[in-house]
Design a protein around this ligand. Structure first.
Ligand code: NI
Length: 202
């Protein structure tokens, strides 16, 4: 669009500076962007990646999610954000184990996962792209992951338990996979309002 040099450009509303982040629309199961393989990010420090990450964090927090992958907001790039709060870790763990089971809000660009122990562990998963449902998914419980942070720094961690689960779930999104495709028993794909029946049964 051309500019009319006879008029001064209107200043953007102050709100645009005070609240630079935006809540993005989340793609739901069935949208092709969720089934595609996402592309690597050429430059993790690029301003548009920082903007994307800020918006993903805002969107994840607004939706009360533990993690979010860029394809879920219609951007087919290898970027995930996640958190594994310490209160979700088993209270009986040692300090080192607690550390591996939890992590602060983390941005991971071009992530890679190495399985340290393939022994599977089951857990209930949900997904912002599969609203209202929960599924019992078995995944390796002990992994190492590596990727780049928003400053271009290398992030490398060992993860267990919920921490390992959320990282694997989010990285699956980058390869076009949703958690139902990881389930061994689809009888354990349920509405979240019914999960109490399973918890009572142990
Ligand atoms: Ni998900």
């Amino acid at each position: 669009m051309g500019e009319n040099p006879g008029f001064p450009l209107a200043a953007p509303p102050a709100r645009a500076y005070l609240c630079p982040m935006a809540i993005l629309k989340i793609a739901r199961m069935g949208h092709p962007v969720l089934a595609a393989k996402a592309r690597p990010v050429p430059d993790p420090r690029a301003p548009e990646i920082r903007r994307l990450v800020n918006d993903m964090v805002e969107t994840m927090i607004d939706a009360n999610g533990a993690g979010l992958a860029a394809p879920q907001v219609h951007v087919p790039l290898r970027v995930v954000v996640f958190q594994a709060p310490g209160e979700r870790a088993d209270p009986g763990l040692s300090e080192q184990e607690k550390f591996d089971h939890s992590c602060p809000l983390t941005v991971l660009i071009n992530p890679e996962i190495a399985v340290l122990d393939p022994a599977p562990e089951g857990g209930w998963e949900g997904c912002l792209s599969v609203p209202g449902l929960r599924g019992w998914v078995e995944r390796p419980a002990h992994i190492r992951y590596r990727g780049f942070g928003i400053e271009g720094e290398t992030i490398e961690r060992v993860a267990r338990g919920f921490h390992a689960r959320v990282v694997q779930h989010e990285c699956d999104h980058l390869d076009g996979r949703l958690y139902p495709s990881r389930m061994a028993d689809l009888n354990r794909l349920i509405f979240e309002s019914e999960i109490r029946h399973f918890q009572q049964a142990g």
